[in-house]
Design a protein around this ligand. Sequence first.
Ligand code: CA
Length: 615
Amino acid sequence: MASAQDYVPGEVIVKLKDQPGAQSNFMGKASSQKSMNLKKSFSRLNMYHYKLSKGQSVPQMVQELKNDPNVEYAEPNYIIEKQSSEIHGDVLSFSDIQELAKSEGKLESSTVEMGLEQARQSMSATSVKPIIAVIDTGLDIDHPVFVQSKAVWSNSGEIPGNGIDDDGNGFVDDVNGWNFVANSGVMFDDDDHGTHVAGTILSVVVDIFDFPVEESPFKIMPLKFLDSSGIGSTSDAISAIEYALANGATILNNSWGGPSYSVSLHEAVAVSYSSGASFIAAAGNLASNNDSAPMYPASFDVPNVVSIAATTGSDSLASFSNYGFNTVHVGSPGVYVLSTVDGGGFGYMSGTSMATPYVAGIAGMIKHEQSSMLGYQMKEIIEDTADAVSPLSGKVQTESRVNASAALAAAQGANVDGSQPGYDVNSGYRGSASAEQTAGGCGLVSKMAYDRYNNNGRGGKGGGNSILKNGKEMHVKDVKQNTLFFKLFAFALLGLPMLMAMFMKRNIAPSERRRHERFEISSQVSMKVGDKQLVGSVSSISLGGLKVDTDAMLEQGGIIRMSIESPDGNEKVEVAGKVVWSQERQSYGVAFEEANSKVLNTISGWTSGLKKAAG
Ligand code: CA
């Protein structure tokens, strides 16, 4: 049982046994004897979402339901959340973007790799547009980037605003997707997260900073299940997955997660696999090892799930990113990603949430070229074409960062075999099981998983058991295997501060919100103030600014031009800053002014090897 805070109070999810009479026996009893009210049914999965009556305890009711002969399992309705930072700095308008483009030469999304533009030109002219579901906080469907690219999915069977479920799919006026928070077809994004994610997906195939934006070769189906704080429930996540699959989405982007294992979510993801869809999921932002402390849905061992770690501009693992040699598959750029935000602007965000949509965009390219390709085959192409990068050695299964151009080329040359192995949630590999257990008593998929762990071509580090053992020795420090311990731990670490930050978000000044992790550094800076040239040493740095020690006097509020050296003295970045505080006229806090993505990527490359500063 999980901690008291990580599930929706007063709600349970129940799966009934597949036996005659189970449904009628249970339904009657649930309302008459247990005073539970049915909120939602997932009939395809034989699962039901119930609201308990006031005062009933979730743990007690889960136990009671498990003893019911009609019930296969019962569990709390776990809470899950987005996996990203807030926007770094200010929201940029389209004209800001043009200014930035002038100063940087051609502006591309910070995730987009060299050569991708040429690769895009080779995409076939098919009219087949794969549908990518963005299961998230919603989408600003009026953002010029989405309007010009015509990227937003529209339900051709639905007549807008007539109050009728024209296509009979169970949703009234679901013109562009569905909002499971408000239970409405009106689509908006009250958090920025979903809009940012969708922009990154699009940025893989078109230049989102070049207006008018080209027409998108795929469609984005926004499904809102996270609220304005980026928080949602397992029940709504399952609803969104079901909607996506029932309405034609073949790629599902999941930039969210939580540490609690849910059988019902696992089953829903397994259905996405049997439907042939691709399920791309964020590994999480706890800087922890998913092999020992899983993050779901990324850690489900379902063969179509691709679990994504975030990398920096210099291909290091991002300081916040989860990793896991056995359960996280591949790295993707996720630090200071510039993309669309709510209200028509652009902003920088970081997170495995930002790394995931880049891979979803690659999956979209693959599916565009090979419309019959299945989810697990798209995963194979993404993994096999990724570039090995040494900082990911031992950190992710492929030890590689994705390569969109190579994935596209491989998809174009692939022969598609329409068969896929079966999968059963009860026998699949679980994050906490050992390789020996997995190999012992399981079916085809587990065997595949085991073979993969043992024969990882690019890993080349010997036998499976020793990889696991070494992996544990390398990565697991004092985190106990005990799941209860971990759930409490993770929620305290991630959930509560995030929740508090979210509740406070609307009430604090923008400058207060821009909190960045600081790192201890020892390097030099030369500064230009007016026409004076000064020198100083840098003792700590973050993506928001730095602390300078100097004998020169700097005026608070003054603007200085800085040339900051890397710790090894081999690299320099030029950036302007504003003096925001001083200490005894020898230490100064300088906040970056308009640092561009190149500068921030370089700094984030430096900090990946540095110690976090205290306080
Ligand atoms: Ca409908």
